[in-house]
Design a protein around this ligand. Structure first.
Ligand SMILES: Nc1ncnc2c1ncn2[C@@H]1O[C@H](COP(=O)(O)OP(=O)(O)OP(=O)(O)O)[C@@H](O)[C@H]1O
Ligand SMILES: [Mg+2]
Length: 137
């Protein structure tokens, strides 16, 4: 589908949140500035989060827990992760049944240890819109 603006990306995330359930692992791929964090902010808003969503690229994972969200969420960014061995330390090496995991730059390590429930690819277009595809894994 075509996502014309960042507001539309956020709205798409908000509606996708209704489909997500505990144990889902959402792989979000696309180049720098594609809108992966905007999409995650929309998903988190759809799960009830009222605050600002910051990029987890430095911390690698930001955790959200009830009551600020209806279901626990790990918002993850693999961009700065160099070594798959760090995944274990970060608690990301195993499938987790008690939370939703959203992973930016998932293609860097994702398929090494988990089968995503959803795979999203975002491709920026010259006019500022984004082409977004969603596959269920
Ligand atoms: N159609 C659109 N969809 C999403 N974001 C858009 C769109 N048009 C413009 N933007 C802007 O593009 C930027 C996307 O930034 P964002 O941090 O979400 O990207 P990212 O994919 O997470 O990048 P990174 O790889 O650095 O994590 C935002 O500033 C947003 O406002
Ligand atoms: Mg980001």
């Amino acid at each position: 589908m075509i996502i014309a603006t960042d507001a539309e990306m956020r709205a798409f995330g908000h509606s996708l949140a209704k489909e997500l359930k505990q144990a889902d692992w959402v792989a979000i791929n696309g180049p720098l500035g594609a809108g992966k964090t905007v999409l995650c902010a929309g998903i988190l808003a759809g799960l009830g989060f009222k605050g600002e969503v910051a990029s987890p690229s430095y911390a690698i994972v930001h955790s959200y827990e009830p009551p600020e969200v209806s279901v626990a969420v790990a918002h993850v960014d693999f961009y700065r992760l160099d070594d798959a061995n760090e995944l274990e330390e970060l608690g990301l090496a195993d499938e987790r049944s008690d939370r939703i995991t959203l992973v930016e730059w998932a293609e860097r390590f994702g398929s090494a240890f988990v089968v995503p429930s959803h795979i999203i690819n975002i491709t920026p277009q010259a006019d500022g819109s984004r082409i977004l595809t969603l596959k269920n894994g």
